[in-house]
Design a protein around this ligand. Structure first.
Ligand SMILES: Cc1ncc(COP(=O)(O)O)c(C=O)c1O
Length: 469
């Protein structure tokens, strides 16, 4: 593996607070890692959203931010970057991805319609539902099997999608959604073959087809690596083809585009773009900034160009592969194959003594924090259960790698922390829910442990580096 294509010029200090403080912090946070203060966190693998390092080119571009309310030069540069890299004609900026999802759902969904998708994403589903739609999973069965080595868990089951559209009638389908590097399956890609088939089917049956293209750069890299026919193509060419196969896309730019804030809808259809512009002024801001400052749009325009640079994408995808390989070598049950932006630990196999109603992934995320100040995210029953519907789906802890932010030494430390918890896994208790918000409960829910967490002490403090005399 090649070293990263950058060197570090500005650093942010981090420190490991002692075990007592971690224990108090976790209790104050109701065992929910979202509710921890970042000062109490040592290695922050909660999310790759808005947490990546910006480049010197992005910082320099921010100096050029045109903060005009309307007709901003920065908006024009953003629009141009999107056209150059993805090729759609219209860009509607939003403050972040869920702003884009909200606008799209308002424009496309009528009450009683369906949104077929590969698995789901939390905010995408909630916006479709608030607009009156029902979400329908049309992912391939392998997407829900953490032990299946099927390389394209982001694929849509095309015969199932056809059967659904034909049975329900095209009028009932608000739009078909396919997510790149499918987060909830473990960050795995769709194949270009599959995307072409979904494109052909949606054209044939005349239903709108939108991508969640948030992680499309990584998906393009997997296509290049795993589909022999595309091995010789450039990354920008594959990204461009992905975009050409859908009517449009929503992006949370806080991931592939290396910005702390930002998102957009991109599309070709003039009428739909006009409808989105009518709504963006109500919910986000004027169509030339949509909730972003001029300097945010400059950073985003540059970030879009960096997201098509193969060396950059290869480097951060390589970090996830590295972390996954080290954990697998040490016998940690993880989702395979390792995806793009994170390693997902399978909490059902890690903590088999904790039943799913006692939130094993949430409990494991709490234990990882206690053991070494490593903050991760639950992606199991807390995130995935729909109302009171029974849930026996994936039960995962996501170790998400912010782009360009951590070194291999940080990842090696994380491996030691995970292994330490694994060594004492039988002592990790289940949890009971004590507070549950109505929507997106994983963000702010609170829990109490049903027993005592093991005391990890400070053994996982980073080893002192010997200084040669
Ligand atoms: C695939 C996907 N879509 C949409 C979103 C929502 O984006 P945001 O957090 O910027 O609102 C996310 C965020 O994690 C995501 O991963």
């Amino acid at each position: 593996m090649q070293p990263p294509p950058y060197k570090i010029k500005v650093v942010e200090p981090i420190r490991l607070v002692d075990a007592d403080r971690r224990s108090r912090a976790l209790a104050d946070a109701g065992c929910n890692t979202f509710l921890l203060d970042s000062d109490d966190v040592f290695i922050d693998l909660l999310t790759d959203s808005g947490t990546s390092a910006v480049s010197q080119e992005q910082r320099a571009a921010m100096e050029l931010g045109d903060e005009a309310y309307a007709g901003s030069r920065s908006f024009r540069r953003l629009e141009q970057a999107m056209r150059d890299v993805y090729g759609w004609r219209h860009l509607i900026p939003t403050h972040q991805g869920r702003g884009a999802e909200h606008l799209l759902a308002r424009a496309l969904v009528r009450a009683g319609q369906l949104v077929p998708s590969n698995l789901y994403f939390t905010t995408s589903r909630v916006h479709a539902e608030l607009a009156g739609a029902t979400w329908v999973d049309v992912s391939v069965p392998e997407a829900k099997d953490p032990e299946s080595r099927y390389p394209f868990k982001g694929d849509i089951d095309v015969p199932r999608l056809r059967e659904l559209i034909v049975r329900e009638g095209r009028e009932r389908i608000a739009f078909v959604r396919q997510e790149a590097c499918l987060n909830m399956a473990g960050g795995q890609p769709f194949s270009l073959d599959n995307l072409r088939a979904v494109h052909a089917l949606t054209r044939e049956l005349e239903v709108p087809f939108f991508l969640d293209a948030t992680r499309s750069s990584e998906n393009a890299l997997f296509i290049k690596e795993l589909e022999p026919l595309h091995a010789q193509r450039s990354l920008p060419e594959i990204i461009r083809e992905i975009a050409s196969l859908a009517d449009g896309a929503v992006f949370s730019s806080k991931k592939d585009h290396f910005v702390p804030i930002g998102g957009f809808v991109a599309l070709d259809d003039d009428e739909l773009a006009q409808r989105l512009r009518e709504d963006v002024v109500v919910f986000e801001g004027f169509p030339h900034y949509g909730g972003l400052a001029g300097h945010d749009m400059e950073a985003l325009a540059q970030g879009i160009r960096e997201a098509a640079d193969e060396a950059i994408v290869r480097s951060y995808v390589g970090q996830a592969q590295y972390l996954g390989a080290r954990l697998e070598e040490r016998g940690i049950p993880i989702v395979v194959p390792v995806g793009a932006h994170a390693v997902f630990v399978d909490a059902k196999r890690f903590l088999p003594h904790v039943p799913q109603e006692q939130f094993p992934a949430q409990a494991l995320a709490a234990a990882l924090y206690l053991a070494g100040g490593v903050r991760t995210m639950e992606r199991g029953i807390v995130s995935g259960q729909h109302g009171r519907d029974p849930y026996d789906g994936l039960e995962l802890v996501r170790l998400t790698i912010p782009r360009r932010a951590y070194t291999r030494e940080h990842l090696d430390y994380v491996v030691e922390v995970v292994c330490e918890v694994h060594g004492r896994r039988e002592e990790v208790p289940g949890l009971v829910l004590t507070y549950e918000p109505e929507h997106l409960r994983f963000f702010q829910a609170r829990f109490s442990p049903l027993g005592t967490f093991p005391s990890f002490g400070d053994a996982s403090e980073p080893a002192a580096v010997p200084i040669p005399s």
